[in-house]
Structure formats: structure tokens, C-alpha cells
Unconditional design. Sequence first.
Length: 97
Amino acid sequence: MKSAMLTSRGIKGLSIQIEPKPIRPKKWATVKLFASSINRVDLYMRDNGNGIKHSLPLILGVDGIVEVVEVGKNSNWGQSNIIPCRILFCLQILHLG
């Protein structure tokens, strides 16, 4: 799997690496990533990271478009292709069409 790996703060600490496929815990889901974006959190982690309790090295990427391809036993992942939004901002958006 390709990853944006941060090994030290700053632009020189960021590289694209090939990582082994992680082992999925029993109740988790395996997803196929179709698209990812750079979020302000990713830039903050690259440049500073103060106040966020993550240690380096760190795989960046908090936003993505995925397809659930495998689920663990006793997991409810994949029962619906829509994940409900429970954030007030999202609930106030008018959806057209």
C-alpha cells in the first residue's frame, strides 16, 4: 500500500513509501482507497504537530473516498453504503438533486 509517511517535521520529512498490507483487527473493515486529499490537519502534522498526541513516524491522510471490501465477523460495516453524518454542520447542508 502506498502511504504519505512523515518521519520528521518539515517538508524533508515527508515521503511516499510502500507499506505492507496491515492486519485487520476482528471488528474492523478493510477498505479500498480511491481518492485522498491533503487536509489542513496533514499540513499541521507535517509542520508542527504541537498539541496532537501522535508520535513519528506517522502515515498522513485523514480524508478519503473508500469502498468497504472486507469486514470482520460481528461487524456491521458494509450493511449500508452510506455512513450517516452526525455532525451538526453536515446536517444543516441542503442537498440538491
